[in-house]
Design a protein around this ligand. Structure first.
Ligand code: NAD
Length: 509
């Protein structure tokens, strides 16, 4: 229903140039809406809760990338945006944030249909998307360049300059929020942005482009291309007009993108996968640690880059802790995303659920014991969706594939540890380094362990907290560069140093 509503809205907003597939939602390049010629090239988004069609969008193709880059370059080079003072750009960014908030309920429902996430989580993501625009608007208001103390007869300063056209590529697990995390700072820094959302969840990014335009962002500065990764995504990364790539997604894809960007010598921001250690010392507050571990793995049905997927419990506490964890895992309320009582919704797609189930089968073959879960729920109410039971596994060494590879589902592996040195060694024994968490009453111990863990974010007696102004990103194979806060603005800016001569006499040789 909402799709039809938004579709009709779109029709009234602009002229649609090739409107031959009334069922598919068009995207826009410059001031023209593009539909799928002959109705053939579409992306169909499936609602993972019940298998129904969540929306059909026109599919962008590589030739659309050429057109979108041309439009973005024109808007960037000759339009007013990059020359505006940051405080002037802030006005439009505030307005985008305001409009996202004004459409909160419709956007959250659309996001729920696309991704299968519980409605409350979708509302949080829409709120966060609005906050990103407001936050970067506020940073624009206070942004300062660096003036360096003179060491001669000159005056010098370092200025932040935009790159030009930025390619932003996002995954399916946090639609609109992940997009805003890139688009808001990239625009704040004066760039133009081409956004490619995941083919699993393409609808929110199309709405974001519409909202940017309605908020008064000059035409061409923000284009959403709902295409496939292997053609449109790859075409964006290799396009000579694209000057920087900001990517969030899997490590393998990130590596492929970085290879092309390396050849082209353009900078990248990469936010990649994780296999985060979640540590419980034997002096931890039992109840808080248990709740933290459960929310760290079952929140978002485990489809979170920072999910605490490897549980390390000190040997002296291990049996008691894991027994209680298993009992409580049985009581996690699985349900439909629009039911307020739901604690865990479906996974994003059948294919993804098969992948998660495949990892649990692999863990069994590797000698692991599945203590709870490890199956599709048998309740017929969930038969048409992509649900999977929350799962706890033990008996594997940290070297097992289920302990080393990102499963991206509600699957927790439990590993006992001896002491501080042992857990630091095991915790760091992974190619990833996105996040880590620990529970202990000893803050001196926590501080030492936090410093030793190779992770971009470390949580002590809490988990999965995030702050719009606190830097976020990964160590090792979990990423390059940082988003959020000032780091986010710097990511989309290049530094230019300018010298003003103050000489009384001509320069000598
Ligand atoms: P993915 O890597 O399969 O896809 C991400 C995006 O890249 C999609 O839009 C896809 O179409 C595009 N893509 C695929 N191949 C491409 C190519 N060759 N060139 C350009 N673009 C291409 O990831 P996913 O399955 O959508 O998302 C899940 C992954 O994202 C997990 O690994 C998760 O950890 C990671 N993730 C990381 C963070 C973080 O901040 N570190 C946040 C969310 C998700």
């Amino acid at each position: 229903m909402i799709n039809i509503y938004l579709y009709i809205l779109n029709l009234h907003r602009e002229e649609v140039d090739t409107m031959d597939t009334p069922a598919s939602k068009p995207f826009r390049v410059g001031n023209a809406w593009r539909n799928s010629p002959g109705g053939g090239n579409v992306i169909t988004s499936i609602n993972p809760a019940d298998g129904s069609v969540a929306g059909i969008v026109a599919r962008a193709l590589p030739k659309d990338v050429d057109d979108a880059v041309a439009v973005a370059e024109e808007a960037y080079r000759w339009g007013p945006w990059r020359k505006l003072r940051p405080d002037q750009r802030a006005t439009t960014l505030y307005e985008i944030g305001r409009r996202i908030t004004a459409e909160r309920d419709a956007l959250a429902r659309l996001q729920m249909l696309d991704s299968g996430k519980p409605l409350k989580e979708c509302q949080n993501m829409v709120d966060n998307a609005a906050y990103f625009f407001r936050y970067y608007a506020a940073l624009c208001e206070t942004w300062q360049n660096e003036v360096t103390s003179p060491r001669g007869e000159y005056f010098s300063m370092s200025l932040a300059e935009p790159y030009g056209v930025i390619a932003a590529i996002t995954p399916w697990n946090s639609p609109i929020m992940a997009e805003a995390q890139k688009v808001a700072p990239a625009l704040a820094a004066g760039n133009a942005v081409l956004l490619k959302p995941s083919e699993e969840t393409p609808q929110l990014a199309i709405e974001l482009a519409r909202i940017c335009s309605e908020a008064g962002l000059p035409e061409g500065l923000m284009t959403t291309l709902p295409g496939l990764g292997e053609d449109v995504g790859a075409a964006m990364v290799s396009h000579p007009g694209v000057r920087m790539v900001s990517f969030t997604g899997g490590t393998q894809t990130g590596r492929a993108i970085a290879t092309v960007a390396g050849q082209r010598l353009i900078p990248v921001g990469l936010e990649l996968g994780g296999k985060s250690p979640h540590i419980v010392f034997d002096d931890a507050d039992f109840e808080k640690a248990l709740a933290g571990v459960m929310s760290g793995i079952y929140g978002s049905a485990g489809q979170s880059c920072v999910a605490g997927t490897r549980l390390f419990v000190q040997k002296t506490l291990y049996k008691r802790f894991v027994k209680e964890l298993v009992e409580r895992t049985r009581n996690v309320r699985i349900g439909m995303p629009d039911d307020p009582k739901t604690q865990m919704g479906p996974l994003v797609s059948r294919a993804h659920r098969d992948k998660v189930a495949g990892y649990v089968d692999l863990a069994r073959k590797e000698g692991g014991s599945v203590l709870v879960g490890g199956a599709i729920p048998d309740d017929p109410a969930f038969a048409r969706g992509c649900f999977y039971l929350p799962t706890v596994i033990e008996g594997l060494p940290n070297s097992a594939r289920a302990c080393q590879e990102e499963i991206f589902g509600p699957v927790l592996v439990c590993l006992p540890f001896e002491d501080e040195a042992d857990v630091i060694a095991q915790g760091n024994d992974t190619v990833y380094g996105l996040a880590a968490g620990m529970w202990t009453g000893d803050y001196a111990l926590a501080w030492r362990v936090a410093r030793e863990l190779e992770a971009g974010s470390v949580w002590i007696n809490t988990y999965k907290q995030s702050h719009i102004a606190t830097a976020f990103g990964g160590f090792k194979a979990s990423g390059i560069n940082r988003e959020k806060g000032y780091h986010g603005l710097r990511l989309y800016s290049q530094v230019k140093s300018v010298f003003f001569g103050m000489h009384d006499r001509p320069l000598g040789l």
